[in-house]
Ligand binder design. Structure first.
Ligand code: FDA
Length: 503
């Protein structure tokens, strides 16, 4: 039988999981958090916890032999990616046939690798995506609660207007304005006060030393420093890292049992654990949570699960593209790796686009304006379990990304026309201008109100909850972690009161 039992177990340690851990811990519930990645709190031999983007080593990616960076070439040359030793690095790229998905691995999940952009969606679009959720309550209570616990802050606009490290952002802003488009300052969880001190040379550099997708040594308020630290502070929460949950089953008495593999830095299994709990919270991300539920459904371990599990998956309309600037208009060889401005054309009635003006912190002048565009793509994919290999698959074809490319192209064509500039075709490994084969914002798979009830309770099994990005039906119109966090806050408030404490 199980070696260990907890009132509550949380799988994963990204946004949804971290909210669950804190709110359960605060309610006095003894809770175990299981995370397959590392705890990132110790410096390596070079004095850094994380490697730099320009010099990736084994810490960069999750058990790969070569890095797989989003911008994979420069002038069509294979100069970006490096051979590395397999290791539980912090960024994973999960490659399906027509779509690759970047995800964070480690205590803190995606918060360790993301750009920190903390964006609240427009209320109009939120209401369209979540017709069953009380938006008044979300915008009054849960979005503010999430922003405050995440440590969201904004850059001083005067500083942003003059810092050498944001020249690239101002170039992108001015060119958007030339095309009659609006731009917005984007709040972040990176501490902009710290970044100003980095610029003055008073503290160790992270955002200004080209750190981001392989982790930030300083400045970033990742979840291990916010929600998860607070969760541990309640005294009721325990964390086990390098513990991968492989299977979930429900016992006759209604309790859950998890099969967990403890791995070492070589990826070998060093122990197998069976852990029991009463309340089970899945926060392993869109791919991780859906994979666990699909396996449990298809093997009969959770036979009550329905057809909605796996459905409603989307990329948040992600597409990346770059423009080439005139020689007289450089973007700067010093660039903050933390984006702070975006082109906001979400109210466009034909092609809504919210495009982050992304840095290219290569350390040299590239004349590149890079964008991560979020578009409204109605296409959805389906996650499934391949019975032959027991692995996760994704039904999604290349042409399903065409609506995203069309929308992003309509925005960037406008900017190119107004500024007499052109696309860059040399950055994505071949000669495409639009990277339509990867995303940063996987969403859905266990959609709120479909695979679950209106608060993330999984249909067909009691005391089983989904708390992460799998709840969002494929699109939220802006960078998603603030919405994931706020929705988890809303759901946990209800679940803790009604199901766990039983009031
Ligand atoms: P999340 O993916 O964060 O966490 C899941 C965790 O579960 C991971 O730590 C994983 O290792 C663990 N796990 C998975 N399976 C497991 C298993 N079987 N057993 C144990 N553990 C398991 N968003 C945004 O709002 N602003 C931004 O600027 C950016 N920028 C950005 C850049 C990059 C490079 C990426 C990859 C992503 C972003 N994002 C972003 C997206 C954002 O990071 C993402 O939406 C959230 O992290 C998703 O949060 P979740 O809670 O769904 O899971």
């Amino acid at each position: 039988g199980p070696e260990d039992a907890y009132p509550a177990v949380v799988v994963g340690s990204g946004y949804g999981a971290a909210v669950a851990a804190l709110r359960l811990g605060e309610a006095g519930v003894r809770t175990l958090v299981l995370e397959m990645g590392r705890l990132w709190n110790e410096a390596g031999p070079d004095g850094r916890v994380f490697c730099r983007m320009t010099a990736p080593d084994r810490r960069s990616m999750w058990f790969k032999r070569r890095t797989e960076a989003p911008l994979s070439s420069m002038l069509w040359l294979d100069v970006v990616d490096r051979d590395i030793d397999p290791y539980p690095g912090v960024l994973d790229r999960v490659n399906f046939e027509h779509m690759s998905v970047y995800v964070g691995r480690g205590l803190g999940g995606g918060s360790l690798v993301n750009g920190g952009m903390a964006v609240t969606p427009s209320r109009r679009y939120f209401e369209k995506v979540f017709p069953g959720v009380d938006a008044g309550e979300m915008y009054r209570t849960y979005f503010p609660r999430a922003a405050s616990a995440l440590g969201v802050n904004s850059a001083d606009p005067d500083w942003l207007g003059r810092s050498t490290h944001y020249r690239y952002a101002r170039v992108g802003r001015d060119q958007a304005h030339n095309a009659g488009l609006s731009t917005v300052h984007v709040p972040n969880v990176y501490d902009f006060g710290y970044m100003e001190r980095e610029e003055r040379g008073e503290v160790a550099r992270s955002a200004l030393a080209g750190q981001v997708i392989y982790g930030n040594d300083h400045g970033k308020r990742s979840l291990d420093k916010t929600y998860l630290a607070a969760a541990l502070g309640t005294g009721n929460v325990t964390v086990r890292t390098m513990h991968r949950v492989d299977a979930v089953r429900q016992e006759r008495d209604g309790g859950y049992v998890l099969s967990v593999e403890e791995i070492d830095t070589a990826g070998s299994t060093v122990a197998v654990h069976e852990i029991a709990c009463r309340h089970l919270f899945l926060g392993a991300g869109s791919l991780g949570t859906t994979e666990l539920l699909l396996r449990a459904r298809d093997t009969g371990a959770l036979a009550g699960l329905g057809e909605e599990v796996g459905a409603g998956w989307g990329t948040n309309g992600n597409v990346m593209a770059a423009r080439a600037n005139h020689a007289w208009n450089p973007t700067g060889c010093k660039q903050s790796s933390i984006p702070a401005l975006a082109v906001d054309d979400w109210d466009n009635p034909v092609h809504p686009v919210f495009a982050e003006i992304a840095p290219v912190p290569a350390g040299i002048e590239t004349w590149i304006s890079l964008y991560l565009a979020i578009t409204e793509n109605p296409e959805r994919g389906t996650l499934y379990r391949d019975p032959a290999t027991d692995r996760l698959g994704l039904r999604w074809t290349r042409d399903q990304n065409q609506p995203s490319v069309t929308a992003a192209k309509s925005l960037l064509d406008r900017i190119n026309r107004a500024n007499r500039t052109v696309y860059r075709y040399d950055l994505f490994g071949d000669d495409r201008a639009f990277a339509d084969d990867f995303c940063y914002h996987p969403l859905g798979g266990c959609v709120l109100g479909k695979a679950t009830d209106g608060h993330g309770r999984v249909r067909g099994h009691r005391n089983l909850y989904v708390t992460d990005g799998s709840l969002i039906p494929g699109s939220v119109g802006v960078n998603p972690f603030v919405t994931i966090t706020a929705l988890a806050e809303r759901n946990l408030a209800r679940i803790v009161a009604e199901d766990v404490l039983g009031r």
